[in-house]
Design a protein around this ligand. Structure first.
Ligand code: SIN
Length: 359
């Protein structure tokens, strides 16, 4: 190139260097291994099959069959599968939660794993998601996914939900946002999400603080961060308990008597959550039973059956006088999870009240 002008020489060298970088990127993209996801299967309608007539049975299809229905996953991630349970999520309980947390934590601690996907029935998915949100210590994405239509239905929603869940689990942008729920092209934070409809595919809503984001055929759009402590900043993570204390939920209504509250205390509940009317209210007789429960050492949290809003201290009910805790933004089923974890750590009413303001 001795005969070329210096500026032409420089342009030529820059062109060659850029071409080399492009070639390197192409080779890396085509030869580097796909990210690895650990899929923990628990059952639910996503693994359900239709039965005679209009019925269906949850948790009947193998996870391998679920994956085979979504061949597009093969170019997205390498998926390692582990069947942790095979149940309808109405049978989910703290024993399975603790097993699931242990298996998810083991996956998250494995440097080869980019993220965890958990297939789960939709009925109690929000409770499991919130439990794991407080019980797992990792910034890697953890995504719960379910379906409203069984795998053998006309137009099942599971395959696209599964594809989107894996796409979220491998994307670094989903890191450090706490546990996520992906269904119906939506991403929800574990703390906010709730099942709101018996059958519709758009059943999941996040009534107080809204969606975490959208996922459109694997393309993610996050709208903002989650607001409260979770995973790496949770004092309950990694969970080490072998069992969780009994906490019961009492559903308030017009004419609520004290009997069910007394019965729960007699049955050995260490905590009660009242799904109160309106802003966490309950009848005079039921309130007296709650005050008696507190005097006998049971912790009582007031939440609301309305499905949204905040239960604040000392507005209509004198919580200080009766020794009650308020759930703040948590719905009754999530308030139960936090109360179980707080009781499991031996925290008292004041300490648990403080936790309702930060989790
Ligand atoms: C279940 O929660 O296991 C059954 C319902 C569903 O997954 O949609």
């Amino acid at each position: 190139m001795g005969h070329l002008q210096p500026r032409v020489k420089l342009s030529f060298c820059i062109f060659i260097a850029a071409a080399r970088v492009r070639l390197l990127h192409y080779l890396m993209a085509t030869t580097s291994p796909l990210p690895c996801v650990r899929l923990l299967a628990t059952g639910g309608t996503i693994a359900g099959a239709q039965t005679e007539g209009r019925g269906y049975a949850a948790a009947t299809i193998s996870v391998e069959a679920l994956l085979a229905a979504v061949p597009e996953l093969n170019s997205l991630a390498t998926i390692e599968v582990e069947q942790v349970a095979r149940i309808g999520s109405q049978d989910m309980d703290d024993t399975v939660w603790l097993q699931l947390a242990a298996r998810a934590q083991a996956a998250l601690d494995d440097p080869a794993i980019a993220g965890v996907v958990i297939t789960h029935g939709t009925d109690t998915m929000e409770e499991t998601a919130y439990f794991l949100n407080l019980a797992l210590k990792s910034t890697k994405p953890v995504v719960l996914v379910g379906a409203m239509r069984p795998a053998t239905a006309i137009s099942p929603d599971g395959p696209m939900n599964l594809y989107n869940a894996v796409a979220v689990a491998i994307d670094p942008v989903a890191s450090d946002r706490g546990v996520l729920v992906v269904t119906n092209d939506e991403i929800h934070f574990a703390r906010e999400v709730s099942k709101t409809n018996t059958t519709q595919v758009g059943t999941f809503k996040s009534p107080n603080r809204g969606l975490a984001g959208l996922v459109n055929r694997g393309r993610l759009h996050f709208f903002g961060p989650t607001v409260r402590r979770h995973t790496v900043t949770s004092e309950f993570a990694p969970v080490a308990a072998t069992e969780l204390p009994r906490v019961d939920i009492i559903y308030a209504h017009a004419g609520l008597r004290r009997d069910l509250i007394d019965a729960a205390v007699s049955a050995g509940a260490r905590g009660l959550v009242i799904a109160g009317v309106g802003a966490g209210n309950l009848s005079t007789g039921a309130l007296a039973a709650c005050a008696d429960a507190v005097r006998s050492g049971v912790l009582v949290v007031r939440s609301s059956r309305t499905g949204g809003g905040v239960v604040e201290r000392n507005i209509e009910i004198n919580d200080d006088k009766h020794g009650l805790i308020v759930a703040e933004e948590l719905n009754p089923q999530k308030a139960r999870v936090l109360l179980m974890l707080g009781l499991g750590r031996g925290l008292d009413a004041a300490a648990i009240q403080a936790r309702f303001m930060i989790y």
